[in-house]
Design a protein around this ligand. Sequence first.
Ligand SMILES: Cc1cc2nc3c(=O)[nH]c(=O)nc-3n(C[C@H](O)[C@H](O)[C@H](O)COP(=O)(O)OP(=O)(O)OC[C@H]3O[C@@H](n4cnc5c(N)ncnc54)[C@H](O)[C@@H]3O)c2cc1C
Length: 505
Amino acid sequence: MDKHIVIIGSGLGGLTCGYILAKNGYKVTVLEKGAQLGGCLQTFVRRGAKFETGMHYIGCIEEGQLLHSFFRYLNLLPSLRLSSLNTQAYDIISIGSERYPFANGVENFTEQLVRYFPNERKNLENYWQAIKEATASSPIHSLSTTNEPIVLNPAHIKQSYDAFLAGITGNELLQLVLAGNLPLYAGERGKTPMYIPAFINDFYNRSAYRIVGGSEIIAHSLAQSIRAMGGEVLTKAEVAKINCNDTKATSVTLKTGDEIQGDYFISNMHPARMVEMLNTNLIRKSYSTRIGELTNTISNFTVYIQFKKDTVPYLNSNLYHYETPADVWKGKNYDTATYPKSFLYMHLCAAENQQFAHTAVLIGYMNFDEVAQWQGTKVGQRGENYENFKCEKAEKLLTLLEKQMPGTREYIEHYYTSSPLTYLDYTGTEQGSMYGVLRDCNSSIHSLVSQRTRIPNLFQTGQNVNSHGILGVIIGSILTSGELLGVNHIVRQISNSSNANGRRM
Ligand SMILES: Cc1cc2nc3c(=O)[nH]c(=O)nc-3n(C[C@H](O)[C@H](O)[C@H](O)COP(=O)(O)OP(=O)(O)OC[C@H]3O[C@@H](n4cnc5c(N)ncnc54)[C@H](O)[C@@H]3O)c2cc1C
């Protein structure tokens, strides 16, 4: 076949498309603007301590489960080392002074929460039944082939998650507990469609693991495979322009001025960035306007903590904390005067059977507006005011952490921080948004980003297409690569590469 595919961006979406297409005989070139591959899969090292920036735990990864099948197909299993989170409490939802565990397995999950909500067993069973119905509507989730267009049940797209929860139970506290891991999708009350948390909660409920040594192994392994199949993966290769003739895209121009020709192009950038790089009548003004007007999910402020050696026991759960019930859905509407009222706290896994934590991340929401005044400045050169701003935010988050995990502060050796500007610089995502375009159940069509564009040989991949996260992005990459290969063809390849024991969902 030997057609040449140029992929702009080496995030999970770009690399997964690169792998699938190289495996199917295409000549692949991945162009990454940064010095490191992987976008949100990047890690960084300070004073010998490694930190993950945007992939802290994965699910559905046990033999026979969906991500395991994807990873086998993508040849990721040989380099992957995993550490199971606590099966009785992979997530802990902390509201006020009470803590509620999310346990693996539907029955186990229900049993654990019935201890706190004794009258809610039936409602919890109904909750899981509805989640299972939502995920069953995606044929890719069961690795089934279909000749029908792949669309989810409209009821799951048009109903907000909070409205869905209110229909499941009248117990308002339980509603909040079931929404308690919403930083995983930056959920917004009245907007986040039910299907997003449904897929995510199902995903982690089946199994939940940290990646030992950090998530960058996924990017490196995919890049290595692409190269082994004859493709190229280049860093410090920022695309500045996508060039078109009267009918299609013909080449990209790098910031260096170099031009790279291709037969097909895939953008792994935020769609607004892609549209800015096009100067062609093939894209209608209405499309560019719609893309420019898309709302994005909120960004975050993260404190990367390095502990003194062998002081803090390794926490095998993710802690989602909210000061009061009202803070669960506050999200981007947080109050700067009383910030922070919530956080997500996770230890990172450096080795199997880890006894003590070496590093941790402490994540709080942050609106881009708070750092907009420093936009355009360079990493490390943003000035004293910016450093003071970050220090103040970090101290506030650490104070709240100390309240929840007394004694932690004294064991902190060093800490570092990132803001929405960091994400903007390192991934190019609009306003440092965590998960890209906000899916809104009130305008589901408007917030939809298709893998196709008006330019017949230009496609999109990544978290803005389909959904975010390891599962959402890989499925989106199957849909994007499917534009050239056929989705059924890829699904068959994945099924065939699954082990002889078959799949267990
Ligand atoms: C704080 C945080 C925590 C997260 N935790 C988890 C988690 O625990 N589990 C999970 O499943 N998901 C998690 N996610 C989500 C997940 O990391 C993302 O959804 C996913 O990695 C996004 O992949 P992507 O393909 O869209 O690309 P991105 O990661 O956005 O990468 C895009 C790439 O394109 C490059 N690029 C941009 N412009 C250009 C250009 N002009 N030229 C060349 N290259 C360019 C960028 O440099 C970047 O490398 C988290 C996200 C965040 C922010």
